[in-house]
Design a binder for this molecule. Structure first.
Ligand code: NAD
Length: 501
């Protein structure tokens, strides 16, 4: 008789050590100073130690990228060579899927299942741009006048600085890195200090996949030192940034020094609007996913839930019942649906917004507290929280909380719903739930947002299909990532005219 033992539960990754990636080499920081990332679910273990780069280190990385670009070894290489590197990177990521997912879950604190999705989407994006790398072409103007031919050429923009946040560190770096590399740019990447690990792994994977020295460089350290140095450097031609609107504005100012090209993916306060005729069960699940995925730390989170008055009570009741079933816990536990927030300071931000909601007399229906007790005390866990009867002018309806806090706003009719949905400085995403196709498309046309979902939330186009451009109206950003447009951002256009004699 054999005794079956249960497979060991996955554990958080510990003890990783990284060095700067400069010119294809692992390099210690000049100062010798290291930083550390601890597991946000319990703070007991050190996930990784990583370098604190100085301005000198950042300059070395930028110079390596400049030299690699100017040498033409990558920028002028046959497209099939660049495509092959990206395809091999996709294959390697898939081969290392489980280890990368565990590392990602350990550094961010997101559930292992969500981390697994992010890793596989990362591989998809590399594969997609490996294909597009083979299809970069300009245009020819052949018959506007009879005695001239015009050619519109596409060329890589040059050295790209990539600055990313901590909520989807692997995927958001790749949305920039893959198209930039596909067209022949070279890159210096600066991940957030909470989440350096998977970006260093991307650097390693691309190097192993054949990216020549200097084409991909990774530097870590504070935003003020490392991020600002990249944004201000005269040797950098473009900066691609994802993060808060406030830091995005600082990046714009720094980039102005040499009139860098910039693309910015910034914050959001996205409306998720439910009409009375919607499939309410589907809308409940969409709303749940919309606000509590990654503990609400999602730029496109459906943080304003607009519900038509006639179904408000029924919907809220159904929704609250579902929320009661959301298991909050250790990201490594397969039954966990929501992990901790990323840091103590993020927890403090969430607490201060909940206080503001209470002060402004929104109705706290559920949650509103830090989770305590065994398994919670040492981590940054917060209850899934719902405020009802929120006035759209309140702070919790206007400002991005970046935590598991939902504002429910009742509305009377379609006109009022659209007006409230658009009454925000942001314009990243929106969703509408209805069976009336006319109403759905009126909303889709009327909303000022870069992404609109009809009868879904976070569906294709955001975290799903790499073909759909992603970006924001208003203060949610400048430019679009993903799709063909996501590659255009890394190219210059040159018009060449040939006069026929
Ligand atoms: P953040 O703006 O604080 O930091 C983003 C990055 O910028 C980090 O790497 C940080 O170190 C760096 N940085 C900080 N100061 C800098 C400076 N002066 N110059 C250059 N770089 C600097 O954002 P965060 O807290 O890491 O992430 C949360 C924010 O990101 C939220 O506002 C969220 O909406 C936004 N976000 C947007 C998208 C999107 O695609 N629109 C996606 C994810 C997150």
């Amino acid at each position: 008789m054999t005794t079956e033992t249960a497979p060991a539960a996955p554990q958080a990754v510990t003890g990783k050590e990284y060095q700067l990636l400069i010119n294809g080499q692992q390099v210690a920081p000049k100062s010798g100073e290291m930083m550390e990332r601890r597991y946000p679910a319990n703070n007991d273990v050190t996930v990784a130690k990583f370098p604190k780069a100085s301005e000198e280190d950042v300059d070395a990385a930028i110079e390596a990228a400049r030299k690699a670009f100017d040498s033409g070894g990558w920028s002028n290489a046959p497209a099939r060579n660049r495509s092959a590197v990206l395809r091999r990177a996709a294959d390697k990521i898939r081969a290392e899927q489980n280890d990368l997912a565990r590392l990602l879950a350990s550094e961010v604190g997101k559930p292992l299942s969500e981390a697994g999705i992010e890793v596989s989407l990362t591989a998809d994006v590399f594969e997609y741009y490996a294909g597009l790398a083979l299809d970069i072409k300009g245009q020819v103007v052949s018959n506007y006048v009879s005695d001239a031919i015009g050619m519109i050429l596409k060329e890589p923009v040059g050295v790209v600085g990539i600055i990313t946040p901590w909520n989807f560190p692997m995927l958001l770096a790749t949305w920039k890195l893959a198209p930039a590399l596909a067209v022949g740019c070279t890159c210096v990447i600066k991940p957030a200090t909470y989440t350096p690990c998977t970006t260093y792994e991307l650097g390693r994977i691309l190097t192993e996949a054949g990216a020549p020295a200097g084409v991909v460089n990774v530097v870590t350290g504070s935003g003020k030192t490392v991020g600002d140095r990249i944004a201000a450097s005269p040797l950098v031609d473009k900066v691609a940034f994802t993060g808060s609107t406030e830091v995005g504005q600082q990046v714009m100012r720094a980039a102005a020094s040499n009139v860098k090209k910039i693309s910015l993916e910034l914050g959001g306060k996205s409306p998720n609007i439910v009409f009375a005729d919607a499939n309410l069960q589907g809308a409940v699940i969409g709303a749940l996913f919309g606000i509590y995925m990654n503990a609400g730390q999602v730029c496109q989170a459906g943080s304003r839930l607009l519900v038509e008055e006639s179904v408000h009570d029924q919907f809220l009741n159904m929704f609250s019942n579902f929320v009661n079933g959301v298991k909050v816990g250790d990201p490594m536990d397969p039954s966990t649906r929501m992990g901790p927030v990323v840091s103590d300071s993020q927890l403090g931000t969430v607490e201060s917004y909940v206080k503001s909601g209470n002060d402004e007399k929104a109705t706290l229906v559920r949650g509103g507290k830090r989770l305590t007790g065994e398994g919670y005390d040492k981590g940054y866990f917060y209850e899934p929280t719902i405020f009802d009867q929120v006035d759209n002018r309140m702070k919790i309806a206007q400002e991005e909380i970046f935590g598991p806090v939902l504002s429910v706003i009742p509305f009377k009719d379609a006109d009022e719903g659209l007006r409230l949905a658009n009454d925000t400085m942001y314009g990243l995403a929106a969703a509408v739930w209805t069976k009336d196709i006319d109403r759905a498309f009126k909303f889709a046309k009327g909303i000022k947002a870069g992404t609109v979902w009809i009868n879904s939330y976070h569906a294709a186009g955001t975290l799903g299909v790499p073909l759909m451009p992603f970006g924001g109206y208003k203060q949610s950003g400048i430019g679009r990532e993903l799709g063909q447009e996501g590659m255009e951002m890394f190219m210059e256009t040159k018009s060449v005219s040939l006069k026929l004699n």
